[in-house]
Design a protein around this ligand. Structure first.
Ligand code: SF4
Length: 235
């Protein structure tokens, strides 16, 4: 198949964005948080875990450790009981305490708005930095998690597996003012419709603009036992 012309891809991108806006007008983070510090901690905890499991654990954690200075004084083993229902909880306990200490030592106990400073925090990669920068500080960002990456590839907006490359491809196709919405809407669409194993293409509003949409297959051919002619089976 010849490569799609960029003008066509941009047209598809515009239509996909419009359909996502109609389907998910209120798309937003499903993590519960009240401050940038809480969002940073919740996002670190959410790696390879569900938002629901994080939201179940964080109220008690934030009640005991409401800000970076208090979390920085804790030992990771004191944090573990609060988050033991979340995957990789020992590593995450170490990371959030180390991040809190760095916030205290280098940023006056506050979460920095600067993207590179966010990236330098323990347990923070581009995905987490983008989530915090966009949701806490209004900086446009496309955090590429498993859903965003899968949707970008199925929609042929990217051919890459590497999340950083997917992020760059999406940034080229969509205006910056739409990046944060696009991130949230693609996650919701991945959770509700375009599932990893069996995407519900038959009920997907993006199907007309999706090169991966499953098309209805013609009924299988069968050979008549008497005439030897090949005919389509009735459905
Ligand atoms: S048409 Fe199918 S593959 Fe394409 S976005 Fe929708 S559910 Fe996913």
């Amino acid at each position: 198949m010849p490569p799609e012309r960029i003008v066509n891809k941009r047209g598809r991108a515009r239509r996909v964005l419009a359909k996502l806006a109609r389907s998910y007008p209120d798309a937003a983070s499903e993590l519960s948080f009240g401050t940038p510090f809480e969002l940073l901690v919740a996002t670190i905890l959410s790696a390879q875990a569900t938002d629901a499991s994080v939201n179940a654990a964080t109220p008690a954690l934030f009640a005991a450790y409401p800000d970076a200075p208090r979390l920085a004084k804790a030992a990771p083993r004191q944090i573990e009981p609060f988050i033991k229902t979340i995957g990789l909880f020992r590593t995450k306990a170490k990371n959030i305490v180390a991040a809190a200490r760095q916030l205290v030592e280098q940023h006056g106990g506050k979460v920095p708005e600067d993207f590179q400073a966010l990236l330098a925090l323990p347990g923070v990669g581009r995905k987490t930095a983008n989530v915090v920068a966009s949701n806490a500080f209004g900086r446009p960002g496309i955090a590429v998690d498993t859903h965003v990456g899968r949707l970008a590839r199925r929609l042929r907006f990217s051919r890459h597996d590497n999340p950083d490359k997917v992020e760059k491809d999406l940034e080229k196709l969509f205006d910056a003012k739409h990046w944060t919405f696009l991130h949230h809407a693609l996650i919701l669409h991945g959770r509700r419709v375009c599932h990893a194993r069996s995407p519900a293409c038959e009920s997907c509003r993006l199907a007309a603009d999706c090169p991966s949409a499953a098309r209805p297959h013609p009924p299988p051919m069968s050979r008549s036992a008497t005439s030897g002619k090949t005919t389509r089976k009735a459905r």
